[in-house]
Design a binder for this molecule. Structure first.
Ligand code: CO
Length: 495
């Protein structure tokens, strides 16, 4: 028995309890907190989170890690040592002054970004972004990398994958997507106004809860609330909450937003209790996390089989749809459109939006383009990849908050999530040959159990590429995504 391993686990689990408290305070802040409490709340969260961080980066963690290392025998314990050590060392590599400066600059930048977006004036944000890019480069240099400075930042979200790999897969993937987009442009389009209408919020809520229950989201281990931006948050084992946002004029937003978050929540709920509270009791990466949400939202939730089951319920709640044939509704929720805004993008164009952002980030971090040239670079790439150009900054370079947050390296997770999801789906179809009829009958438990066994139960024990290899028999392969889209959209658009 590893006595020191047990001590290390106890130490880490204790720290995670403070993090649980922070999560709950944060959830409350985003949902029910009285507005006037925001300043105090930020202070309280800062204090507790700061304490947890100090405990984690303390000499005690270092000592326990050193003593426990030789005791690690099982795959889990070895992973625990590897992941904890990596996080510990990372936190030590960045000088505290730099860390604090980064926190201050990014919180200033968020306000500046909001302002710049409202005023549609890039110049208001430019000096802040300049600063954040400079600091991010410094942070990357402290973290260290072998080939590409961007690797250091990418590793924060998708451990193990390299910039080179992304740069390699993108050109072919981009061409495939642009080809498909062109075919769709020339095809006969679904009726655009088919989904128009007024959708009472209280009824949308009933629909969302109904679908969540059918997808096996357990309301005894979670809840559904409203927030400005939908999110999933884990408070502790058996407490994983989701939020959504309804739009009276657009049923798609609340509906697919809810299913998306449900995918994240099912992942979190599937992480075993014995891993919880440890650095390996988490999703494997942001990309794998996003693969789970996109899987349920798009591959399952926007499939014809799914709606064969749910359409009667939908028309019962919104009789409006009783005049619309199921097939037309399904085409309506899968409409492909060249659009300026990433968060509104469909399955075909979404990754093009991400590639553009990734290429810009990579160039910025490596000093290949200037922050002042960003709007021009953005517009040029939009025209090249999607074929349209924004007329304003807010529909272009200022649309996302990510750079104000300083989360360089995050965007690729969205693309990877889509690619992983299709690759995983390909394997599920082989393992569960009757998957389609199960979906048509509203039976999702086999699919969930498959994901739980192969992915959720593994937590963060494996790096994403190793996990994907174990699950699908190969490393990341974007062809599955391209095949999935080509076959789906051939049907949606009668190509
Ligand atoms: Co997500």
């Amino acid at each position: 028995m590893g006595e020191n391993i047990e001590k290390l686990k106890e130490h880490l689990r204790r720290i995670s309890k403070f993090e649980s408290a922070v999560s709950l305070l944060h959830w409350d802040l985003e949902t029910y907190m009285p507005k006037n409490a925001s300043n105090k709340r930020a202070e309280i969260i800062g204090e507790i989170a700061g304490y947890a961080f100090k405990e984690f980066t303390s000499e005690k963690t270092h000592e326990l890690l050193q003593k426990a290392e030789s005791e690690a025998q099982t795959i889990e314990d070895k992973a625990l040592i590897r992941v904890t050590k990596k996080e510990y060392e990372k936190s030590k590599k960045i000088p505290p002054e730099l860390f604090i400066e980064f926190q201050i600059e990014t919180s200033k930048a968020q306000k500046a970004w909001e302002n710049a977006k409202n005023e549609d004036n890039y110049k208001l944000f430019e000096p802040h972004l300049e600063k954040i890019v400079t600091l991010s480069r410094e942070i990357a240099d402290h973290l260290g990398y072998e080939e590409n400075r961007y690797d250091a930042l990418l590793d924060n979200y998708e451990p193990g994958i390299k910039t080179k790999e992304l740069l390699n897969i993108i050109p072919k993937l981009r061409n495939s997507l642009i080809n498909l987009l062109e075919k769709i442009e020339n095809a006969d389009k679904p009726k655009k106004d088919i989904l128009n209408g007024k959708f009472e919020i209280s009824k949308q809520k009933i629909l969302s809860e109904y679908i969540l229950k059918k997808l096996n989201y357990d309301f005894k281990s979670g809840r559904l609330d409203l927030s400005e931006h939908p999110f999933t948050i884990t408070i502790s084992h058996n407490d994983v909450r989701i939020t959504t946002k309804y739009d009276e004029n657009d049923i798609k937003k609340g509906l697919f937003g809810t299913i998306h978050e449900c995918g994240h929540a099912l992942y979190e709920l599937g992480i075993p209790e014995n891993l919880r509270g440890l650095p390996i009791g988490d999703g494997a990466s942001m990309g794998i996390h996003e693969s789970q949400s996109r899987f349920w939202e798009n591959i399952i939730g926007r499939s014809l089989s799914f709606w064969k089951y749910f359409y009667p319920k939908l028309t019962e709640i919104f009789p409006h749809f009783s005049n619309i044939p199921l097939k037309e509704f399904w085409r309506g929720i899968n409409t492909v459109e060249k659009s300026l805004i990433r968060v509104e993008a469909d399955e075909v164009t979404y990754n093009l939006h991400i590639m553009l952002r990734f290429e810009i980030e990579e160039s910025l971090i490596n000093d290949k383009i200037k922050v002042s040239d960003l709007p021009d670079v953005w517009n040029k790439k939009m025209e090249e990849y999607i074929g349209i150009k924004p007329n304003s900054y807010k529909d272009g370079v200022l649309q996302d908050i990510h750079w104000a947050h300083g989360t360089f390296g995050y965007f690729p997770s969205y693309m990877l999530g889509n690619l992983y999801a299709a690759q995983i789906f390909n394997t599920i179809q082989k393992d569960l040959p009757n998957i389609e009829s199960k979906i048509e009958n509203g039976e999702f438990i086999d699919i969930l159990n498959w994901l739980r066994e192969k992915i959720h139960s593994k937590g963060k024990i494996y790096e994403p590429q190793d996990l994907i290899y174990q699950v699908t028999g190969e490393r990341l392969n974007p062809n599955y995504f391209v095949d999935y889209l080509n076959s789906k959209y051939a049907k949606v658009y009668n190509l």
